[in-house]
Design a protein around this ligand. Structure first.
Ligand SMILES: Cc1cc2nc3c(=O)[nH]c(=O)nc-3n(C[C@H](O)[C@H](O)[C@H](O)COP(=O)(O)OP(=O)(O)OC[C@H]3O[C@@H](n4cnc5c(N)ncnc54)[C@H](O)[C@@H]3O)c2cc1C
Length: 373
C-alpha cells in the first residue's frame, strides 16, 4: 500500500514517473546518482518529461502548463529524486522562475518565458549570490542602469549552477542606491547568449563542474525583461526562496545512499544497531515528507510559506547528512562496488547546508519570525 500523502492522481503520477525512469535506466540512458537535481544534466530527459506534462505542472494550461496542484508536482519531483534521475536542466526554471514570472511578470513576459520553460527549451541559472553577497543577499552589487529601451547590467555572480548550459539567467541586481539595502533591488531575466556575458567554470572538491562564475559587462537587457516592480525585488526574491527551499530536493539529495543502506540492513538481519539507526532515519523521512506536503499545500493556497520552507530545508539538510553518516558505520563504505554512490554523496555533502541559504542563517530567519508572531 502507498502511504504517500496526496490524492489518487498523485498515485497515478508516481506510477508514470516510475515507469519512465525505469525505462531510461534499464535502457542505460542514465545512471542514478546522488544530488541529481543539481548535477545530472540531460536536456533530452527534461524534454521527455515536458512532453509528458511532468514539468511546469502547476502552470496554467494557456502557458503550456498542466494546471495541476503543487501537491501533485511534489509527487512527481519526489519520484524523480528517488530515482536519481537527470533533472538539472529544468529544475531551477520549473521550480522557481516560472512561478516568479507567473506571480509578478507582465503578460508579455509570461507569454515569452513560461511556455519555453514548460517545453524544456529554456534552461535557467540563478544569478543571486556574489563574492561579497551570499548569506547577506541584500548586499548585491551587480547593477542595472536604465538606458534607452532597457537596462545595462554590470557585475559578477558566483556559484551559478549550470550557467554553462543555461539559455537564460534570473538576475538580482541593484537599480538604485537607497538608505535601506533591501530597497532598490530589481529582478531581471537575461539571455545567456547576450554580448558581454562571460561564464567561467568552478570545479568542486569532487572534480566536478556544475557551478560557475558569471561576469556581466555592459549587458543590455530589454525593458520588458524586468520581473515585477522596479526597486521592489527584495520582497519578490524572498517569496521565490520559499519555492527554492521548500521542495523534496532539500531532503533527498543522498537518497540513493539510503536505498543501499536499506538493502544492507536486509542482508544484516542481526545487526540491531543498524536496524535502529535506519528506523530512526526512516521515521525522520516520514516527517520531512509531511512537511513537504504542507509547504506544497500552502503554495496551492496561494501563500509563500517562507518560514516553513526554511524549517524544511534546515531539517532536510541535517537528514541528508545523517544518512551518509549512518552509512559510514557499515562495511558498505569500504565496498568498491558501492564506492561511487557513497563517494558522490559524501563529496557533495558539504554543500547541502550552504546552497540556497546557510543553516545558521535559516535558523535566524525562523527564530526572528517566531519572535515576531
Ligand atoms: C553547490 C552550490 C550551488 C549553488 N548554486 C547557486 C546558484 O545557482 N545561484 C546562486 O545565486 N547561488 C548559488 N549558491 C550559493 C549559495 O546560495 C551560497 O553559498 C549561500 O547563500 C551562502 O553564501 P556564501 O557562500 O557567500 O557564504 P557566507 O555568506 O560567507 O557564509 C559562510 C558561513 O558563515 C556563516 N554565516 C554567514 N552569515 C551568517 C549570519 N548572519 N548568521 C550566522 N552565521 C552566518 C554561516 O555558517 C555560513 O555557512 C550555491 C552554493 C553551492 C554550495
Amino acid at each position: 500500500m502507498d502511504h504517500s500523502p496526496g490524492t489518487d492522481s498523485c498515485t497515478e503520477l508516481r506510477a508514470r514517473v516510475r515507469e519512465l525512469t525505469a525505462e531510461w535506466r534499464v535502457g542505460g540512458r542514465y545512471v542514478p546518482r546522488s544530488d541529481s537535481w543539481l548535477r545530472s544534466f540531460d536536456l533530452e530527459f527534461s524534454k521527455e518529461l515536458a512532453a509528458r506534462g511532468l514539468i511546469a505542472m502547476t502552470y496554467p494550461k494557456e502557458f503550456g502548463g498542466a494546471g495541476r496542484t503543487n501537491v501533485e508536482r511534489l509527487a512527481v519531483t519526489e519520484e524523480l529524486l528517488r530515482a536519481g534521475a537527470p533533472v538539472a536542466a529544468h529544475w531551477i526554471g520549473d521550480r522557481q522562475i516560472g512561478p516568479a514570472v507567473l506571480r509578478h511578470g507582465t503578460r508579455a513576459l509570461q507569454e515569452e518565458i513560461v511556455p519555453r520553460i514548460a517545453s524544456g527549451e529554456a534552461v535557467f541559472c540563478l544569478g543571486m549570490s556574489e563574492p561579497e553577497a551570499g548569506s547577506d543577499l541584500a548586499s548585491v552589487r551587480t547593477s542595472a542602469e536604465r538606458v534607452e529601451g532597457g537596462w545595462l547590467v554590470n557585475g559578477h555572480k558566483i556559484w551559478t549552477t549550470q550557467a554553462h548550459h543555461a539559455t537564460h539567467a534570473y538576475l538580482l541586481a541593484r537599480t538604485s542606491r537607497e538608505e535601506r539595502k533591501h530597497d532598490g533591488l530589481s529582478e531581471f531575466i537575461l539571455d545567456m547568449g547576450a554580448e558581454g556575458v562571460q561564464v567561467t567554470p568552478i570545479v568542486d572538491l569532487a572534480g566536478e563542474h556544475h557551478f560557475n562564475e558569471v561576469r556581466f559587462e555592459n549587458v543590455f537587457v530589454p525593458a520588458h525583461r524586468v520581473i515585477g516592480e522596479v526597486g521592489k525585488g527584495w520582497k519578490q526574491v524572498v517569496e521565490q526562496l520559499s519555492f527554492e527551499r521548500g521542495g523534496a530536493e532539500r531532503s533527498l539529495s543522498s537518497y540513493p545512499v539510503l536505498v543501499e543502506l536499506i538493502a544492507e540492513a536486509a542482508r544484516q538481519r542481526d545487526d540491531r544497531e543498524l536496524h535502529a539507526l535506519l528506523g530512526a532515519l526512516v521515521a525522520r523521512l516520514a516527517v520531512l515528507r509531511r512537511l513537504c506536503f504542507e509547504v506544497a499545500s500552502a503554495m496551492d493556497a496561494g501563500q509563500a510559506p517562507v518560514q516553513q520552507a526554511a524549517a524544511l530545508k534546515y531539517l532536510g539538510n541535517a537528514f541528508e547528512h545523517d544518512v551518509i553518516e549512518a552509512l559510514r558505520r557499515t562495511d558498505l563504505c569500504q565496498d568498491p562496488a558501492f564506492d561511487s554512490t557513497f563517494g558522490q554523496a559524501l563529496l557533495a555533502s558539504p554543500a547541502f547546508g550552504l546552497r540556497g541559504g546557510a543553516a545558521e542563517v535559516l535558523l535566524s530567519l525562523i527564530a526572528r519570525q517566531e519572535a515576531r508572531s
